[in-house]
Ligand binder design. Sequence first.
Ligand code: FES
Ligand SMILES: [Fe+2]
Length: 384
Amino acid sequence: MIQQKSLDWIEAAPERSLTLPARYFYDPKVFEAERERIFYPAWHCVAHVSELAEPGRFVTFDILDQSVIVSNHDGELHAFYNACQHRGNRLVNERRGQAGPVFRCGYHSWCYDRSGGLRNAPRTERLPDFDKKLYGLKPVKIEVMGCFVFINMDPDAAPLASISAGAEAKMAQYLPDLANMKLISEVDVVVPSNWKVIMDNSIEGYHFGLSGPVHKELAALIDFKQYALEAHDKWWTYIGPPKDNVASAYGVPLEGATWQTDWFFNIGIWPNTTFYCFPFADICGTFLMIPLEPEKSLLRFGYYGPAQREMPAVTRSCIEWMNQKLGPEDIELNVTNQRGLKSFGYNQGRYLIDAERSNESEHLVHHFHRLVHQAVKPALLAAQ
Ligand code: FES
Ligand SMILES: [Fe+2]
């Protein structure tokens, strides 16, 4: 008889550790534990501040079965659940937009102002004791870090600034124009992979020179020997300087171009947000791995560029290259990785982690797996 694979994982020293057992990447019980213990209480990046700069601008952010609205009310940002307080109808279905003076529920027309307060509720004057103040939209925590807006649904969540102390300074160091960015485009791709499969792929350089041809194009722009991957508990960076004497990138000459940084800079914020910059490109990218199902994720690629400068041809080409070449090459790996994980013939492998924590070492993958394991373990033990 074929035995069910085990969920047991020993948090051994990284160099000696076996990888996180395969079931963590497809078991609905693990996914449920992640939902409760990782995603509901997490800080989620929903927008750049420029997207919410004027009164009435709003974005919505969906995570699993929850949806949150963030809106600008008289210059101040407010976040609240996207659920009408009458009978629970979802209020807003667009990802972003400009609200009128109120958000109006399409069911019975209850209207909420941009701070979530109930302004009008037809025919409630017929009720003997109806108090509008009691039926405002339920608030959600909000914080800005590195000019990006984050929300958290857990009223007891520790401030993002304390969880990710040091991350904002690192972003400002490599992405100096963050305050002057605007959204260029946002691309959503549904990938039939667990969200961690996608994360694991993005936080190791081991596959750069060993997988597909587009990765080699990227490696050719970076002084890959100096590529460094550093863990800081709930955030991590993977950064490499540019190669000397690069004359063209993404198929376009560099001459005359400007850029955010010529470094390959990436910063990950627990659990699933990444900000990055490609060498010689005048953008800051966001890369979100939003879980949908145990084996399905939404990859959201956001591209932000300088508000006041023309976009250089190199940058335009970089965005296209990311959407059409590097992204698909990694997604192909995500898909084949997910398939193999379910094989009866696989459960755990070995991380390639060296003593120097070199550019090709998988120590960030191990670090990330430890964070996941520590978060879900109590729930999995309780369910046993
Ligand atoms: S459910 Fe929104 S007004 Fe009735
Ligand atoms: Fe990759």
